[in-house]
Design a protein around this ligand. Structure first.
Ligand code: MEV
Length: 329
Protein backbone atom coordinates (compact mmCIF):
# COMPACT_ATOMS: atom_id res chain seq x y z
CA UNK A 1 0.00 0.00 0.00
CA UNK A 2 1.15 3.55 -0.74
CA UNK A 3 0.09 6.52 1.40
CA UNK A 4 0.75 10.22 1.01
CA UNK A 5 0.60 12.58 4.00
CA UNK A 6 1.54 16.21 4.41
CA UNK A 7 1.70 18.79 7.19
CA UNK A 8 2.23 22.55 7.15
CA UNK A 9 5.15 24.64 8.33
CA UNK A 10 4.36 27.18 11.03
CA UNK A 11 5.41 30.55 12.36
CA UNK A 12 5.42 31.31 16.07
CA UNK A 13 4.08 34.84 16.24
CA UNK A 14 4.52 35.07 20.01
CA UNK A 15 5.67 32.99 22.95
CA UNK A 16 8.36 30.51 21.85
CA UNK A 17 10.58 29.19 24.67
CA UNK A 18 8.24 30.57 27.38
CA UNK A 19 5.70 27.99 26.13
CA UNK A 20 8.08 25.26 27.37
CA UNK A 21 7.39 26.63 30.91
CA UNK A 22 3.61 26.53 30.46
CA UNK A 23 3.03 30.06 29.13
CA UNK A 24 0.64 30.55 26.19
CA UNK A 25 1.79 31.16 22.60
CA UNK A 26 0.31 32.29 19.29
CA UNK A 27 1.13 30.30 16.16
CA UNK A 28 0.18 30.46 12.53
CA UNK A 29 0.40 27.75 9.83
CA UNK A 30 1.69 28.57 6.36
CA UNK A 31 1.16 27.33 2.82
CA UNK A 32 4.58 25.61 2.58
CA UNK A 33 4.39 21.96 3.57
CA UNK A 34 6.36 18.84 4.33
CA UNK A 35 5.33 15.83 2.20
CA UNK A 36 5.73 12.21 3.27
CA UNK A 37 5.35 9.38 0.73
CA UNK A 38 5.15 5.97 2.43
CA UNK A 39 5.20 2.53 0.82
CA UNK A 40 4.74 -0.65 2.85
CA UNK A 41 7.41 -3.28 2.06
CA UNK A 42 7.16 -7.05 2.18
CA UNK A 43 10.11 -7.36 4.63
CA UNK A 44 11.22 -5.57 7.82
CA UNK A 45 13.73 -3.13 6.24
CA UNK A 46 13.15 0.59 6.79
CA UNK A 47 14.42 3.00 4.12
CA UNK A 48 14.08 6.71 4.78
CA UNK A 49 15.13 9.36 2.31
CA UNK A 50 14.82 13.11 2.75
CA UNK A 51 15.16 15.89 0.22
CA UNK A 52 15.28 19.42 1.48
CA UNK A 53 15.23 22.89 0.08
CA UNK A 54 18.67 23.94 -1.17
CA UNK A 55 20.56 21.32 0.86
CA UNK A 56 20.68 18.10 -1.13
CA UNK A 57 19.58 14.80 0.38
CA UNK A 58 20.02 12.23 3.12
CA UNK A 59 19.28 8.52 3.27
CA UNK A 60 18.95 6.05 6.13
CA UNK A 61 18.55 2.28 5.68
CA UNK A 62 17.80 0.11 8.72
CA UNK A 63 17.87 -3.60 8.10
CA UNK A 64 17.81 -5.70 11.28
CA UNK A 65 20.77 -4.48 13.37
CA UNK A 66 22.45 -2.84 10.37
CA UNK A 67 22.12 0.95 9.91
CA UNK A 68 23.52 2.74 6.84
CA UNK A 69 23.38 6.51 6.40
CA UNK A 70 24.29 8.79 3.49
CA UNK A 71 24.08 12.50 4.27
CA UNK A 72 24.71 15.77 2.41
CA UNK A 73 23.47 17.98 5.22
CA UNK A 74 23.42 17.55 9.00
CA UNK A 75 20.03 19.27 9.27
CA UNK A 76 18.53 16.58 7.03
CA UNK A 77 20.09 13.83 9.12
CA UNK A 78 18.34 15.34 12.14
CA UNK A 79 15.09 15.31 10.27
CA UNK A 80 15.59 11.57 9.53
CA UNK A 81 15.86 10.91 13.25
CA UNK A 82 12.37 12.42 13.70
CA UNK A 83 11.02 10.15 10.94
CA UNK A 84 12.68 7.11 12.49
CA UNK A 85 11.32 7.88 15.97
CA UNK A 86 7.87 8.66 14.50
CA UNK A 87 7.82 5.23 12.85
CA UNK A 88 8.78 3.55 16.13
CA UNK A 89 6.03 5.37 18.06
CA UNK A 90 3.43 4.82 15.32
CA UNK A 91 4.29 1.09 15.16
CA UNK A 92 3.85 0.81 18.92
CA UNK A 93 0.48 2.62 18.69
CA UNK A 94 -0.71 0.37 15.83
CA UNK A 95 0.69 -2.76 17.46
CA UNK A 96 2.37 -3.62 14.13
CA UNK A 97 5.89 -3.11 12.89
CA UNK A 98 6.33 -3.38 9.13
CA UNK A 99 9.18 -2.50 6.80
CA UNK A 100 8.49 0.73 4.91
CA UNK A 101 10.06 3.07 2.38
CA UNK A 102 9.62 6.73 3.15
CA UNK A 103 10.47 9.74 1.05
CA UNK A 104 10.27 13.12 2.80
CA UNK A 105 10.17 16.26 0.67
CA UNK A 106 10.15 19.65 2.30
CA UNK A 107 9.08 22.95 0.74
CA UNK A 108 10.76 24.62 3.73
CA UNK A 109 14.37 24.83 4.81
CA UNK A 110 14.67 21.91 7.25
CA UNK A 111 15.46 22.90 10.84
CA UNK A 112 14.81 26.59 10.17
CA UNK A 113 12.46 27.10 13.08
CA UNK A 114 9.33 26.76 10.95
CA UNK A 115 8.11 23.58 12.60
CA UNK A 116 9.57 21.13 10.07
CA UNK A 117 10.42 18.54 12.73
CA UNK A 118 6.85 18.64 14.05
CA UNK A 119 5.48 18.46 10.48
CA UNK A 120 7.73 15.53 9.56
CA UNK A 121 6.77 13.68 12.76
CA UNK A 122 3.01 14.26 12.42
CA UNK A 123 2.90 13.41 8.69
CA UNK A 124 4.94 10.21 9.20
CA UNK A 125 2.67 8.99 12.02
CA UNK A 126 -0.46 9.85 10.02
CA UNK A 127 0.88 8.00 6.96
CA UNK A 128 1.94 4.88 8.90
CA UNK A 129 -1.34 4.62 10.84
CA UNK A 130 -3.35 5.00 7.60
CA UNK A 131 -1.24 2.30 5.96
CA UNK A 132 -1.98 0.02 8.93
CA UNK A 133 -5.68 1.01 8.73
CA UNK A 134 -5.60 2.13 12.37
CA UNK A 135 -8.05 4.81 13.58
CA UNK A 136 -6.23 7.98 14.63
CA UNK A 137 -7.92 11.13 15.93
CA UNK A 138 -6.21 14.52 15.52
CA UNK A 139 -5.88 14.69 19.30
CA UNK A 140 -4.08 11.34 19.37
CA UNK A 141 -1.90 12.33 16.40
CA UNK A 142 -0.80 15.57 18.11
CA UNK A 143 -0.03 13.61 21.28
CA UNK A 144 2.07 10.98 19.49
CA UNK A 145 3.96 13.60 17.43
CA UNK A 146 4.70 15.49 20.65
CA UNK A 147 6.22 12.30 22.09
CA UNK A 148 8.51 12.10 19.04
CA UNK A 149 9.77 15.64 19.67
CA UNK A 150 10.34 14.97 23.38
CA UNK A 151 12.26 11.77 22.66
CA UNK A 152 14.44 13.24 19.89
CA UNK A 153 15.05 16.69 21.44
CA UNK A 154 14.97 15.77 25.12
CA UNK A 155 12.29 18.37 25.85
CA UNK A 156 9.51 20.04 23.84
CA UNK A 157 6.23 21.84 24.44
CA UNK A 158 3.14 20.58 22.59
CA UNK A 159 3.01 23.86 20.60
CA UNK A 160 4.55 22.87 17.27
CA UNK A 161 2.99 19.44 16.99
CA UNK A 162 -0.49 20.73 17.96
CA UNK A 163 -0.19 23.62 15.49
CA UNK A 164 0.84 21.57 12.46
CA UNK A 165 -1.70 18.83 13.24
CA UNK A 166 -4.73 21.14 13.36
CA UNK A 167 -3.57 24.16 11.28
CA UNK A 168 -4.73 27.79 11.67
CA UNK A 169 -4.02 30.87 13.75
CA UNK A 170 -3.96 29.35 17.22
CA UNK A 171 -3.72 30.55 20.81
CA UNK A 172 -1.89 27.64 22.44
CA UNK A 173 -2.54 26.65 26.08
CA UNK A 174 0.30 24.18 26.75
CA UNK A 175 -0.64 23.31 30.34
CA UNK A 176 -4.05 22.07 29.13
CA UNK A 177 -2.64 20.65 25.86
CA UNK A 178 -5.35 22.63 24.10
CA UNK A 179 -5.80 25.69 21.92
CA UNK A 180 -8.35 28.26 20.81
CA UNK A 181 -8.70 29.38 17.20
CA UNK A 182 -8.26 33.09 16.56
CA UNK A 183 -10.24 34.48 13.65
CA UNK A 184 -8.09 36.29 11.13
CA UNK A 185 -7.27 35.97 7.43
CA UNK A 186 -3.71 36.21 6.18
CA UNK A 187 -1.43 38.50 8.20
CA UNK A 188 0.90 40.68 6.07
CA UNK A 189 4.13 39.04 7.19
CA UNK A 190 7.50 38.42 5.55
CA UNK A 191 9.74 35.60 6.76
CA UNK A 192 13.53 35.83 6.52
CA UNK A 193 15.86 32.86 6.73
CA UNK A 194 19.51 32.49 7.71
CA UNK A 195 21.22 29.10 8.22
CA UNK A 196 20.95 27.64 11.69
CA UNK A 197 23.95 27.66 14.07
CA UNK A 198 22.33 25.45 16.70
CA UNK A 199 19.40 23.06 17.04
CA UNK A 200 16.17 23.26 19.04
CA UNK A 201 17.22 20.76 21.71
CA UNK A 202 20.42 22.70 22.48
CA UNK A 203 18.63 26.07 22.53
CA UNK A 204 15.88 24.81 24.87
CA UNK A 205 18.61 23.31 27.11
CA UNK A 206 20.47 26.66 27.09
CA UNK A 207 17.39 28.49 28.39
CA UNK A 208 16.91 25.74 30.99
CA UNK A 209 20.48 26.35 32.24
CA UNK A 210 19.72 30.08 32.59
CA UNK A 211 16.57 29.25 34.58
CA UNK A 212 18.55 26.94 36.86
CA UNK A 213 21.26 29.55 37.41
CA UNK A 214 19.03 32.63 37.94
CA UNK A 215 15.55 31.26 38.53
CA UNK A 216 13.84 34.41 39.91
CA UNK A 217 15.19 36.68 37.21
CA UNK A 218 14.71 34.39 34.21
CA UNK A 219 11.27 33.11 35.25
CA UNK A 220 10.21 36.78 35.46
CA UNK A 221 11.17 37.17 31.78
CA UNK A 222 9.30 33.99 30.91
CA UNK A 223 6.16 35.13 32.73
CA UNK A 224 6.42 38.53 31.03
CA UNK A 225 6.43 36.78 27.65
CA UNK A 226 3.24 34.96 28.73
CA UNK A 227 1.56 38.30 29.61
CA UNK A 228 2.70 39.77 26.32
CA UNK A 229 1.08 36.85 24.45
CA UNK A 230 -2.25 37.69 26.08
CA UNK A 231 -1.87 41.37 25.10
CA UNK A 232 -1.03 40.25 21.55
CA UNK A 233 -4.15 38.14 21.43
CA UNK A 234 -6.26 41.16 22.39
CA UNK A 235 -4.47 43.29 19.80
CA UNK A 236 -5.14 40.66 17.10
CA UNK A 237 -8.80 40.47 18.11
CA UNK A 238 -9.03 44.28 17.94
CA UNK A 239 -7.22 44.17 14.54
CA UNK A 240 -4.69 46.60 16.00
CA UNK A 241 -1.67 45.77 13.83
CA UNK A 242 0.43 48.64 15.25
CA UNK A 243 0.11 47.08 18.69
CA UNK A 244 0.78 43.57 17.35
CA UNK A 245 3.99 44.85 15.72
CA UNK A 246 5.14 46.68 18.81
CA UNK A 247 4.57 43.57 20.94
CA UNK A 248 6.62 41.53 18.43
CA UNK A 249 9.51 43.95 19.05
CA UNK A 250 9.20 43.51 22.81
CA UNK A 251 9.02 39.71 22.39
CA UNK A 252 12.22 39.78 20.33
CA UNK A 253 14.00 41.76 23.06
CA UNK A 254 12.93 39.23 25.68
CA UNK A 255 14.08 36.32 23.49
CA UNK A 256 17.42 38.04 23.15
CA UNK A 257 17.56 38.29 26.92
CA UNK A 258 17.08 34.50 26.99
CA UNK A 259 20.17 34.19 24.78
CA UNK A 260 18.56 32.58 21.72
CA UNK A 261 19.07 35.28 19.09
CA UNK A 262 22.16 35.67 16.89
CA UNK A 263 23.92 38.62 15.27
CA UNK A 264 22.48 37.64 11.86
CA UNK A 265 18.93 37.33 13.20
CA UNK A 266 19.27 40.72 14.92
CA UNK A 267 20.56 42.30 11.71
CA UNK A 268 17.55 40.97 9.82
CA UNK A 269 15.13 42.11 12.54
CA UNK A 270 16.62 45.63 12.59
CA UNK A 271 16.78 45.81 8.78
CA UNK A 272 13.10 44.89 8.53
CA UNK A 273 12.10 47.52 11.09
CA UNK A 274 14.18 50.18 9.28
CA UNK A 275 12.40 49.21 6.03
CA UNK A 276 9.02 50.02 7.59
CA UNK A 277 7.92 46.82 9.37
CA UNK A 278 5.53 47.50 12.26
CA UNK A 279 7.38 44.83 14.21
CA UNK A 280 9.91 42.04 13.73
CA UNK A 281 11.19 39.16 15.84
CA UNK A 282 12.95 35.85 15.56
CA UNK A 283 10.53 32.96 15.20
CA UNK A 284 11.02 29.42 16.53
CA UNK A 285 13.90 28.28 18.68
CA UNK A 286 16.43 30.85 17.36
CA UNK A 287 20.17 30.22 17.01
CA UNK A 288 19.78 31.36 13.40
CA UNK A 289 16.84 30.06 11.39
CA UNK A 290 13.97 32.43 10.78
CA UNK A 291 12.64 35.84 11.70
CA UNK A 292 9.21 37.24 10.94
CA UNK A 293 8.27 40.85 10.16
CA UNK A 294 4.78 42.34 10.20
CA UNK A 295 4.85 44.80 7.35
CA UNK A 296 1.51 45.77 5.75
CA UNK A 297 2.16 47.57 2.44
CA UNK A 298 5.96 47.31 2.88
CA UNK A 299 6.52 43.67 1.93
CA UNK A 300 8.82 44.33 -1.04
CA UNK A 301 10.92 46.90 0.88
CA UNK A 302 11.30 44.49 3.80
CA UNK A 303 12.34 41.61 1.51
CA UNK A 304 14.97 43.87 -0.12
CA UNK A 305 16.24 44.94 3.32
CA UNK A 306 16.64 41.28 4.36
CA UNK A 307 18.61 40.49 1.19
CA UNK A 308 20.83 43.53 1.86
CA UNK A 309 22.01 42.00 5.15
CA UNK A 310 22.49 38.50 3.67
CA UNK A 311 19.11 37.04 4.71
CA UNK A 312 16.88 34.97 2.41
CA UNK A 313 13.23 36.09 2.20
CA UNK A 314 10.85 33.11 2.02
CA UNK A 315 7.59 33.39 0.13
CA UNK A 316 4.79 32.12 2.35
CA UNK A 317 1.21 32.99 3.17
CA UNK A 318 -1.29 31.82 5.76
CA UNK A 319 -3.00 28.47 5.28
CA UNK A 320 -5.34 26.87 7.78
CA UNK A 321 -4.74 23.31 6.43
CA UNK A 322 -3.38 20.95 9.05
CA UNK A 323 -2.24 17.35 8.52
CA UNK A 324 -3.75 15.66 5.45
CA UNK A 325 -3.45 11.99 4.55
CA UNK A 326 -4.69 9.80 1.69
CA UNK A 327 -4.14 6.37 0.23
CA UNK A 328 -2.65 6.64 -3.26
CA UNK A 329 -2.51 3.01 -4.35
C1 MEV B 1 10.50 25.51 18.81
O1 MEV B 1 9.81 25.61 17.56
C2 MEV B 1 9.72 26.22 19.86
C3 MEV B 1 10.31 26.20 21.26
O2 MEV B 1 9.40 26.95 22.09
C4 MEV B 1 10.46 24.80 21.81
C5 MEV B 1 9.14 24.13 22.14
O3 MEV B 1 8.08 24.77 22.21
O4 MEV B 1 9.20 22.91 22.34
C6 MEV B 1 11.65 26.88 21.32
Amino acid sequence: MRVFASAPGKITLFGEHAVVYGEPAITYTIDKRVHVHLKVRGDSTIKIEARGLQVGGAKLVISGEKIEAEVDAQSLMESLSYVHKALEIASEYCGESKGVEILVESELPVGAGLGTSAAVSAATIAAFCRAMEKELSLEELARLAHRVEIEVQGSASPMDTMTVTYGGLLYIKPAERSFERLEWGSLPVVVGFTPRESNTGKLVAGVRRLVEREEDLIMEIIRTIGKLVDRAREALEEENLEMVGSLMNVNHGLLEALGVSTVKLNEMVYAARAAGALGAKLTGAGGGGCMVALCPGREEEVKASLRAVGGIPLECTFSSRGVEVRVVG
